[in-house]
Design a protein around this ligand. Structure first.
Ligand code: 5AD
Ligand code: SF4
Length: 474
């Protein structure tokens, strides 16, 4: 009988992709996935270290497995990803019954490590070198990934895929643990990326999302050719079958004119840009060492408005960062109102071991103040999102149908009708009625109503068939 794997993934899209790869490699060896943790032969947690809350949840989930593991010592428990890299052996102190600790750069070893654990080996650790442990080349090599091994059946949807183009980060924002857990910034070789995109297209994938911590800083030197994100987009755009290309997450200072012009000129490129501002106060940005001022960001927004007037820009914010005063927070509110983001991800500052902020700055904003600032910013963002969405009422948008929404099935004249959910080229979520057959198509949907989060519409049936319908408008 096949071995059963239970895997839980938290964190960013990088982690989703990492889990896809781990599952793909185990499936190739005959493993099957189970949604039932009790039934599993191996339990893996793919973890995130960006905020303490994400780690606490994993420790609590591990705690619940203590007795289960005592009763079933032959079963294997593994902690993968950023928390494994950051805490390493420390995890055994809190959960000594864990069998495997595997960093993001060692995930290709998971099947072999599980095998060893099944044969009785205990407390196995495979992690990358620390940022000061060896030459840059050695450190970089220890963080490399194993992306080319893909398995279409393991993607969240058969027609959408993530494609990693960059590993690690060298920006060292003072609050952030990523440069330590994911290692030095490295662009993946352009030909590998193009080959992988071609493979995805051959597997029926319509939309690819290019991933990198600072994806628009991508560069790769191949002989005397210097590849940038714009060059990659041009090449990927030529691949038949791929209809939409997105990239996340961008870094404000590297959002240059050439990249924006390329996104404008290539109709398959999504006009969605996720470029975190983090704070609207120059003093806070300096303490965060983000490397730009609010005015630099304003100029970037100016370039976007000029070259890509239809673009939807999204941001991240951290509230309650070390020493953030009411006046500084007010400047963040002002910036939010000025830049009118499509949406923002808002986080309460969480002190992280190994970061400069933890070493040099006091985490002195009380939790309830962080919470209040978080709520207020979210409230303002929701108002803005709803107002921005109102502009689309009456317009027809191209929607890539992703699947059924959580709402129940209705009986229509010509068979069952579902509530479907999809996304526009500018990454807005759209909900409408349709049939199962329409999943995976790009269809014209007329928007009738909106909330801050969603556009509500209906499919335009008198339009040319989906095969003839070209992408382009957002
Ligand atoms: N505390 C809170 N939020 C953080 N982020 C990164 N590090 C921290 C931290 N220590 C947020 C940033 C980043 C997003 C992925 O997570 O806003 O853009
Ligand atoms: Fe973290 Fe800053 Fe790198 Fe983003 S750019 S991953 S916030 S260090």
């Amino acid at each position: 009988m096949a071995q059963l794997l239970y895997i839980e993934t938290v964190g960013c899209q990088m982690n989703m992709l990492d889990s896809e790869m781990v599952v793909a490699s185990l499936r190739r060896q005959g493993w099957e996935i189970t949604p039932d943790i009790e039934q599993a032969d191996t339990i893996l947690f793919n973890t995130c270290s960006v905020r303490a809350h994400a780690e606490d949840k994993i420790y609590s989930a591990l705690g619940k497995l203590r007795l289960w593991k005592e009763e079933h010592p032959e079963k294997v428990i593994g902690v993968l990803g950023c928390m494994a890299q950051k805490d390493q052996q420390q995890i055994f102190r809190r959960a000594p019954f864990v069998d495997l600790i595997v960093g993001p750069g060692q995930l290709q070893q998971v099947p072999e490590l599980i095998e060893q654990a099944r044969k009785g080996a205990r407390q196995l650790v495979a992690v990358s070198r620390d940022r000061k442990d060896g030459s840059l080349a050695q450190i970089k090599r220890s963080h490399e990934t194993f992306d080319p091994l893909r398995d279409p059946t393991m993607r969240p949807s058969p027609f959408q895929a993530y494609l990693r183009i960059q590993i690690g980060c060298d920006k060292f924002c003072t609050y952030c643990v990523v440069p330590m857990t994911r290692g030095p910034e490295q662009g993946r070789p352009a030909d590998e990326i193009i080959e992988e995109a071609q493979l995805l297209a051959d597997q029926g994938c319509l939309e690819i999302t290019l991933l990198g911590q600072t994806v628009n800083s991508y560069h790769y030197q191949q002989g005397d050719e210097d590849w940038r994100l714009a060059d990659l987009l041009e090449k990927l755009h030529e691949i038949e079958g791929i209809r939409r290309i997105k990239f996340v997450t961008s870094y404000p200072r590297d959002m240059d004119r050439r990249l924006l012009q390329t996104v404008h000129d290539l109709p398959k490129c999504s006009s969605y840009l996720h470029v975190p501002l983090q704070s609207g106060s120059d003093a806070v940005l300096t303490r965060m060492r983000r490397g730009y001022s609010v005015d630099d960001y304003r100029q970037m927004i100016g370039r976007i408005s000029e070259i890509l007037p239809e673009a939807a820009v999204a941001s991240d914010f951290i509230v309650g960062f070390c020493g953030e005063t009411e006046d500084e927070f007010q400047l963040t509110i002002d910036a939010l109102r000025e830049f009118r983001f499509k949406n923002s991800f808002i986080f309460k500052y969480s002190e992280r071991e190994g970061t400069r902020a933890m070493d040099q700055l006091a985490d002195d904003v009380p939790y309830d103040v962080k919470q209040r600032r978080n709520n207020l910013l979210l409230e303002i963002q929701n108002e803005i999102s709803e107002q921005e969405n109102q502009r689309f009422v009456g317009r027809t948008m191209d929607v890539l149908v992703e699947g059924r929404s959580k709402k129940s099935l209705k009986q229509g004249d010509q068979g069952p009708v579902f509530q479907l959910v999809g996304r526009t080229n500018c990454d807005r979520i759209v909900v409408f009625d349709g049939t199962e057959r329409q999943v995976g198509q790009v269809l014209p949907v007329k928007v009738q109503d909106v909330t801050h989060h969603t556009l509500l519409g209906s499919i335009i049936t008198e339009h040319a068939g989906p095969e003839l319908y070209l992408l382009g408008s957002s």
